[in-house]
Ligand binder design. Structure first.
Ligand SMILES: [Mn+2]
Length: 426
């Protein structure tokens, strides 16, 4: 299924008048406060977030998986789904593939399909947390950290193969997330596991093309419950530094222990020029992978405040690879992604409302109350008319979720693909 321009124009008709009224009201107010509304709107239009291929089907838990109807069953259909998201929101212009779940059979055809939908290939993700069919070695006791050289070599080779696949599609980054760790005290020697991981990453790094980045993701626990080899940003940063200039830390919102100050982590990593990528999701207890902004929207806003500051003040930090890393059991996956994209744009827009000079002056005055007022004034502003304008300006819809339902996208997908389809790779 492909959404055409006529459908977009049609779905916008009814809401245009309301949109214009609410946009004008907000734009006048913000302009009177000295804000450059057009600049904010065009930054919102430019902001693109990658959709991971695994978020297009309903996720599962360790207790089971309830698939959603009309799920994409192959890579072509996954790219079609991202195309649907992008044509409605105009903010999902990239896809992030997971290898071996998404190995193209025909590279030229896949590239052509993505080009036609204006979709780029973002970071490719390797997988050494599952055994693959007919693999010689098992990752049951770890991959890049394993005490067995043969296992480490197999995992290194897999990552090198993933780089080759990504290179053919135009990707420019490899994301490494390891499930490596231990579930019981004494099971692993921490130092051996860390050193093996560093050495393995250096071998992968040597195979990285000059214009590529390596993104090292961390996570405190799960699937291992006693220790994880790359458990926090400090471990990730040490490993990235041990590899070289093209290696960076990747922050996933859900990969922190409760109440971690994630905004401070992203801020300091940007100062050091070492924040390479960011995975959005939300959580209540652990790595819950819930819809972005559904639980802690204020925390997301505070993180964006630091990201915006970094993007403006830290030229030493490269452009970030943005991706949604959410996946769960009960929503229509495309509706979930639309909600996530909206929450990301909302937090970004609110963060851009903060006058950094005024905040800086209040900080220098130690006017703690004013500092809080500045942040919360921005947070309390309903910025949704700015998001609507940003979408309209580049051919998207006023309300992606309403348009998605009015066009009965899921119904069409079920008609095309059948009811009981199951997304590959989950
Ligand atoms: Mn992630």
């Amino acid at each position: 299924m492909k959404i055409n321009k006529e459908q977009i124009l049609d779905s916008n008709k009814a809401g245009l008048e309301n949109h214009a009224a609410s946009f004008d009201f907000l734009a006048n107010k913000l302009t009177a406060q000295g804000k450059d509304v057009n600049a904010i709107v065009s930054k919102l239009s430019e902001f693109q977030v990658a959709i991971p291929s695994w978020a297009l089907g309903a996720g599962g838990t360790r207790f089971g998986r309830f698939s959603f109807y009309g799920e994409p069953t192959n890579l072509e259909q996954k790219i079609e789904d991202v195309g649907i998201l992008h044509s409605l929101t105009q903010t999902a212009g990239a896809v992030s593939l997971h290898i071996p779940w998404d190995i193209p059979s025909d590279y030229a055809a896949i590239k052509e399909k993505a080009d036609a939908l204006n979709i780029k290939f973002d970071a490719v993700n390797s997988n050494t947390f599952q055994d693959q069919k007919d693999a010689a070695e098992t990752y049951k006791y770890g991959s890049l950290s394993n005490t067995s050289k043969a296992v480490r070599e197999q995992a290194i080779q897999h990552n090198l193969d993933v780089i080759k696949i990504g290179d053919k599609l135009g990707s420019k980054a490899l994301t490494v997330w390891l499930a490596d760790g231990s579930s019981f005290p004494g099971q692993n020697n921490f130092q051996t596991a860390f050193q093996n991981t560093q050495d393995s990453l250096i071998d992968i790094y040597k195979g990285l093309p000059d214009d590529w980045k390596m993104l090292v993701e961390y996570k405190p626990y799960e699937p291992n419950f006693y220790s994880t080899v790359i458990q926090d940003w400090g471990a990730s940063l040490m490993l990235a530094n041990g590899c070289g200039d093209k290696a960076y830390t990747l922050v996933d919102l859900g990969h922190h222990l409760p109440n971690s100050n994630i905004e401070q982590i992203v801020s300091i990593l940007q100062l050091k020029g070492k924040l390479g990528g960011f995975h959005f999701n939300d959580s209540k207890y652990g790595d819950d992978d819930l819809t972005v902004g559904s639980i802690k929207p204020y925390a997301l806003f505070l993180i964006f405040n630091e990201l915006v500051y970094g993007m403006e003040n830290n030229p030493q930090n490269p452009d970030l690879a943005w991706m949604i890393d959410a996946s769960h059991n009960i929503k229509d996956p495309l509706e979930d992604l639309i909600q996530s994209l909206e929450a990301i744009q909302e937090a970004y827009a609110k963060a851009m409302l903060i006058d950094q000079d005024v905040l800086r002056a209040a900080q220098l005055d130690n006017d703690v109350v004013k500092c809080q007022e500045i942040l919360q004034e921005a947070y309390r502003t309903d910025v949704r008319p700015l998001l609507e304008k940003a979408r309209l300006n580049v051919g998207g819809v006023i309300s992606p979720i309403n348009a998605y339902r009015a066009l009965d996208v899921r119904g069409q997908l079920i008609k095309e693909r059948g009811r009981n389809t199951v997304a590959t790779g989950l």
